[in-house]
Unconditional design. Structure first.
Length: 329
């Protein structure tokens, strides 16, 4: 059905109306930020245990997302379904925990029923609701107020604008707490090792070849012996790191070097010292540097391998471009 069709226009108009209403609702939250929000931030920052988020229905789904956001940004958190909590899972809560209850009406029986038992366990109570005179708000230690919300549902019943407001306010809380904790990119990557950012913020030491996979040859070894070292090293790295008598990096010889020598037609003595053919000033990197930095060096200098050295210039690893492909960087 084309967008110019009257029926299509009606549908798009309705969709735009919903988006406008929800956007207006979220924007209105700015006026409600104040002492309650600041206290909520302090409660989360001061929590020595878990922020246990609970809610039923659509509020519970929002609560799961808020809990996940907190957990992934430095605040230990879990989601607890109120019904399951009242049938034994309340044992997950400890005195050092903060119970974060979410209910638009503030009159959800299952949610409010958690307050008494949680207090007996010593937990503090934070609430998010649209009614500050509700049972939930009255019993909580602190209230995050989304205010009275007009739902986008034609019947004004289905949670739409209210859940958008809850989600936005929950994100605001999590992001302010994140900032107060000085939670940075590397912290985020620690909790997201499978994500693209997590992979880029990995350290070279985490992906480099080391131990028996590190191809080491001594200065003065024959070119033949060095090629054999490359071929016999597990993983066949395609390069060998040449070290001097003190074990310090003296150079690197790669399969690419061998191929270029053969293509150039240069007389090649396989029994001559590798020192005559190796690269004597290879690019290097330290093991504590970011993999992202190593990727940049490899790309900038159009090389496939980079030796990893310690403070004394001793080889501790080898990073191959294939290693970056393996971690999908």
């Amino acid at each position: 059905m084309p967008a110019s069709d009257p029926k299509s226009k009606q549908r798009l108009s309705r969709a735009a109306e919903v988006i406008r209403l929800e956007a207006t609702t979220i924007a209105g939250l700015e006026e409600r930020l104040g002492d309650g929000f600041l206290r909520a931030v302090d409660m989360v920052l001061g929590c020595e245990g878990l922020v246990v988020v609970a809610g039923v229905g659509k509020a519970g789904l929002v609560g799961q997302k808020i809990s996940a956001t907190l957990a992934s940004t430095g605040t230990p958190s879990l989601f607890l379904h109120p019904t399951e909590a009242l049938h034994g899972d309340l044992g997950r809560i400890r005195a050092r925990d903060l119970l974060f209850l979410i209910s638009n009406s503030g009159e959800s029986g299952e949610t409010s029923a958690l307050i008494g038992p949680a207090r007996k366990l010593g937990a503090s109570i934070l609430a998010m609701t649209g009614d500050t005179s509700s049972t939930l708000a009255r019993l909580a230690d602190c209230v995050l107020d989304i205010g009275p919300v007009e739902e986008a549902c034609p019947m004004k019943l289905a949670p739409t604008a209210s859940t958008s407001a809850m989600l936005a306010l929950g994100d605001a809380l999590a992001m302010v707490v994140l900032q107060e904790r000085s939670f940075g990119r590397e912290d985020y990557a620690l909790f997201h090792p499978a994500g693209s950012l997590g992979r880029k913020l990995m350290r070279v030491a985490e992906v480099m070849r080391k131990g028996e996979q590190l191809p080491i040859a001594k200065s003065g070894a024959s070119l033949k012996d060095v090629v054999l070292v490359m071929n016999r090293t597990p993983g066949r790295p395609g390069a060998a790191l040449v070290v001097d008598a003190k074990g310090k990096l003296a150079g690197i010889f790669t399969h690419g070097d061998l191929a270029r020598l053969l293509e150039d037609g240069r007389p090649l003595d396989m029994h001559a010292p590798v020192d005559e053919y190796m690269g004597k000033n290879p690019k290097t990197i330290r093991s504590d540097r970011l993999v992202e930095e190593a990727q940049h060096v490899l790309a900038e200098h159009r090389i496939d391998q980079i030796p990893v050295i310690d403070a004394e210039r001793r080889p501790v690893g080898l990073l191959d471009v294939q290693d970056l492909l393996d971690v999908r960087l």
